[in-house]
Design a protein. Structure first.
Ligand SMILES: *[C@@H]1O[C@H](CO)[C@@H](O)[C@H](O)[C@H]1NC(C)=O
Ligand SMILES: *[C@@H]1O[C@H](CO)[C@@H](O)[C@H](O)[C@H]1NC(C)=O
Ligand SMILES: *[C@@H]1O[C@H](CO)[C@@H](O)[C@H](O)[C@H]1NC(C)=O
Length: 535
């Protein structure tokens, strides 16, 4: 934590320019209870400070974006991490000896254990063994072994650890659904260690894809980013062994997983064979919400590197889509030319295409059900009038991520109401604009889970906090009702109230005059950025 704050302070230090946008970021704190899945308060004051100063800091980011194409911005963002000081936080278990286990249980969000030596899995008993042989110097336990015991008992347990390889350690409810692994160091005097069915030459990482997997925020926050953090130094020479394995997860995230590992993942409980490894990491490291703290990474890797990995991961699929479309377009063109030879002037078509490409593109991530924008159509029309080319996306659990990536990677701005789908800000190019509409009672979560991480990726973040009259709750409650006047007090009553009232029970009717100002400023910002890029 300390480290993280230092990072923030440096990154944001020395800037004091006022930005109206920053006002939307003024937060209501103290409701550490808003989202049951939150971390207890983390020095709120410092957090406020770093958040506000970060929002101010968008100004220099802005300049760096203006100064040339986004390459320079990328450079800027990358530069930040060079400045981070690196002496602190030498990880526990940095080096472990052969035939042993070392567990680091100091993390707030996760435990992680390291094993080295002759490692063998036994999924039937949810165990992973490390065998040491007689030649290893454990004289005391050796000499204490009694004569006459059964051979089984002579395989002495030298060390025994238990771990659940999931990154929400503080949430007992969800941790109860995660399988627990027994990690055991055993002395094998008589060569009775169980037989290897599959011998791997590279390390394993054991993780759970259970828990809240199924929700895109959790899939990235609890799983994929921690997996990136934990596996980067292995350079894809690693096998992922998954507890609570799901086939759909492989389909959905196969292209990302194959960028992290050269080997197919293993379904721990479904694959009963004994897998043997020279090294294993059990559990994942996690830094903060949807981010990578470069000060804790080998090679100072950051969230931007994770973003770039996504780009590589989705490119083959997107290239395929583009080729398909080109083929189809060619076919259609041929048909049309053969039917109406005079109707077509290819130059005109091209020109139209070019015009379209020049317009800044805005993607609206649309919600259906709760937290929907009731006047979305009018908002889209307004955005078009301002000059945006608008694409409305309605992602659901089955939407192919490569397609969402493609839409966002080609866009200059994204708008959405606070919710898990905001996780897709990770797909945006640095220096693009992310406008998050923040319904009543969701300020803390909106900023913590998406606003702040988006800024760390180098996006220009705008938090649009709605007024009570822009909420559907306005018509349902008295003006003086705490639901409208004091959401903090409602959130303080507990998660089920937050969920029922603000998350599930609220829609948004944007005040288009008020919201339009943000849109217009975003448009202005993007146009200036693009002009500089052209120059
Ligand atoms: C560690 O243990 C394994 C298995 O017992 C052995 O093959 C390997 O050579 C050992 N490595 C070192 C560095 O001692
Ligand atoms: C994303 O956009 C950048 C810049 O336009 C482009 O170079 C890159 O290939 C795109 N990535 C994918 C996966 O389409
Ligand atoms: C919204 O969701 C309902 C079901 O919850 C569905 O019937 C409807 O088609 C959805 N509308 C859109 C536009 O996706």
């Amino acid at each position: 934590m300390v480290h993280y704050q230092r990072y923030q302070l440096r990154k944001c230090g020395g800037v004091g320019e006022e930005d109206e946008e920053a006002q939307t970021l003024v937060l209501e704190f103290g409701s550490s209870g808003y989202y049951k899945r939150t971390k207890p308060k983390i020095l709120p004051l410092l957090f406020v400070f770093s958040l506000v100063s970060c929002s101010l800091l968008l100004v220099p980011h802005l300049f760096s974006c203006f100064s040339t194409i986004s390459l320079l911005c990328t450079f800027e963002v990358e530069n930040d991490r060079v400045a981070v000081d690196r002496e602190a936080d030498a990880p526990i278990c940095d080096s472990i000896s052969n035939g042993s286990i070392c567990c680091d249980r100091s993390g707030f969000r996760s435990d992680i254990c390291f094993m080295r030596g002759d490692i063998r899995t036994k999924s039937a008993s949810s165990s992973i063994f490390v065998y040491t042989s007689d030649t290893d110097d454990d004289f005391i336990s050796y000499s204490l072994a009694k004569e006459g015991e059964g051979a089984e008992e002579k395989e002495e347990e030298l060390q025994h650890e238990k771990i659940k390889p999931y990154t929400r350690k503080w949430e007992t409810g969800v941790m109860d659904t995660i399988g627990e692994l027994d990690l055991v160091v055993k002395k094998d005097k008589y060569g009775r260690r169980h037989h290897c069915d599959v011998q791997h030459s590279v390390p394993a990482i054991f993780l759970s894809t259970g828990g809240y997997t199924g929700n895109v925020y959790h899939e990235f926050n609890d799983g994929l980013i921690p997996l990136y953090i934990t596996s980067q130094h292995l350079n894809k020479k690693v096998v992922f062994v998954m507890l609570e394995y799901h086939n759909w997860y492989m389909t959905k995230y196969g292209d990302i997983l194959s960028r992290l590992s050269d080997y197919p993942p293993i379904d721990f409980s479904g694959d009963k064979r004994t897998h043997c490894f020279p090294e294993a990491i059990v559990g994942l490291r996690i830094h903060d919400e949807l981010t990578v703290d470069s000060s804790q990474m080998q090679g100072s890797k950051s969230i931007l590197d994770f973003h770039n990995l996504l780009d590589q991961a989705y490119w083959p699929r997107i290239r395929g889509l583009i080729q398909d479309e080109e083929r189809e377009a060619q076919l259609r063109l041929k048909e049309r030319v053969s039917l109406f030879p005079s109707s077509l002037s290819p130059e005109a078509g091209e020109q139209k295409q070019e015009e379209k490409e020049k317009k800044p593109k805005l993607v609206v991530i649309s919600r259906n059900g709760s937290r929907a924008i009731m006047n979305e159509d009018a908002m889209v029309k307004l955005a078009e009038k301002i000059g945006f080319q608008v694409e409305v996306l309605r992602p659901d659990r089955t939407t192919e991520l490569a397609k969402i990536y493609r839409a966002l990677n080609s866009s200059d701005a994204m708008i959405g109401v606070h919710g898990a789908a905001m996780t897709h800000f990770l797909f945006m190019r640095p220096c693009s604009v992310f406008i998050q509409v923040i319904p009543l009672g969701t300020d803390w979560a909106a900023e913590t889970y998406y606003g702040e991480p988006a800024m760390k990726l180098g996006l220009k973040y705008v938090g649009y906090k709605i007024l009570p009259r822009e909420s559907s709750l306005y018509g349902q409650y008295d003006r003086d009702d705490p639901v409208l006047r004091d959401p903090k007090s409602v959130n303080a009553k507990g998660w089920q109230f937050t969920k029922k009232v603000y998350l599930d029970g609220q829609n948004v009717e944007l005040d288009l005059r008020r919201f339009g100002k943000r849109l217009f400023r975003a448009y202005d910002y993007i146009s200036k950025k693009n002009q500089r890029a052209v120059q």
